[in-house]
Design a protein around this ligand. Structure first.
Ligand code: PDD
Length: 281
């Protein structure tokens, strides 16, 4: 059975949803996106994702084409029409279709697309094997744009080497995963994750998980770290809307926490899932 997707004001079967070849998302990657997790048919961290959407759009001189309450309604309707219990909703906003020109066109109707993806988010997590790769992405990684080719290249390279993902490295320091934020836990039990800047995406799951970790009296330090420090850490993990808190058990061939998910990532994943269920909308 095909999914129902949303395109510019209408719900339709995915086969019928068509976007112009002149859409600037297609020609220039001139668009931004958000991915919200869905648990029990409800949306996780909606407010955070909407705040980041507005921020991303603002940086590239676009606005949200509909109100926040309309966006919430569209998310809910799409969940309902696709009977989605667990998974994700992808939302993309582009500048719209205009004849190809590098300068932003004026007076163009933006393109708004949403679709669902069913996915198991809550079953037991085994652990990821990652390898390091140079971070060749642009300098505004805080903006969630649809230009994901560098990340796609890196993750494909990792898969071709029998690994699950990459940790991207710039100037000798880990920035983030291909589509996640990166963390280590020191032997003293302190959680280390890179501080917010233009070098990384300001993860919404990151914000929620760090808040919960602080409430659990876990010590947190926001600073960059090296691959070598990560290989010597007691645990490593990633966060994202679609992975929650996911343990990393190998980095560049070196096993972390005896190649098993460690207690900190397990606890944070459990607490994040519980709290998300409670606050889902
Ligand atoms: N990616 N860093 C990058 C580069 C990402 O693409 C993502 C999310 C994150 C985590 O952000 P959040 O916690 O807000 O999901 C960090 C999404 C899931 C994706 O592209 O599918």
């Amino acid at each position: 059975m095909s999914r129902t997707v949303y395109l510019n004001g209408a719900y339709m079967p995915e086969e019928e949803a068509m976007v112009s070849v002149f859409d600037r998302g297609f020609l220039f990657a001139d668009g931004v996106y958000e991915v919200c997790a869905i648990l029990d048919g409800k949306i996780i961290d909606f407010e955070g994702h909407m705040a980041r959407l507005e921020r991303s759009l603002g940086v590239v001189e676009m606005s949200v084409p509909v109100t926040k309450s309309e966006l919430l309604e569209i998310h809910r309707e799409l969940i309902r029409r696709n009977a989605l219990e667990e998974g994700a909703i992808y939302m993309q906003i582009t500048r719209g279709a205009a004849d190809r020109d590098f300068i932003y066109p004026k007076g163009v109707e933006q393109t708004l697309v949403l679709f669902t993806q069913a996915k198991d988010l809550t079953s037991e997590k085994d652990g990821l094997k990652v390898i390091s790769a140079p971070d060749i992405r642009w300098g505004r990684r805080d903006v969630k744009t649809v230009q994901l080719l560098a990340s796609s290249m890196a993750k494909t390279m990792a898969k071709s080497k029998g690994k699950d993902d990459v940790w991207l490295v710039e100037d000798g320091l880990v920035t983030e995963g291909s589509s996640s934020n990166a963390y280590i836990v020191t032997n003293e039990g302190k959680i280390i994750t890179r501080n917010l800047s233009n070098s990384i995406l300001h993860g919404i799951t990151r914000a929620s998980v760090l808040k919960l970790a602080a409430e659990l009296d876990m010590e947190i330090e926001e600073r960059p770290f090296t691959i070598e420090e990560a290989q010597n850490a007691s645990e490593a993990f990633i966060t994202s809307a679609t992975s929650f808190v996911y343990p990393v058990i190998e980095i560049d061939g070196i096993e972390i926490s005896d190649a098993k998910p460690g207690p900190v990532s397990k606890r944070l994943n459990q607490v994040y899932a519980e709290e998300s269920r409670k606050s889902a909308c």
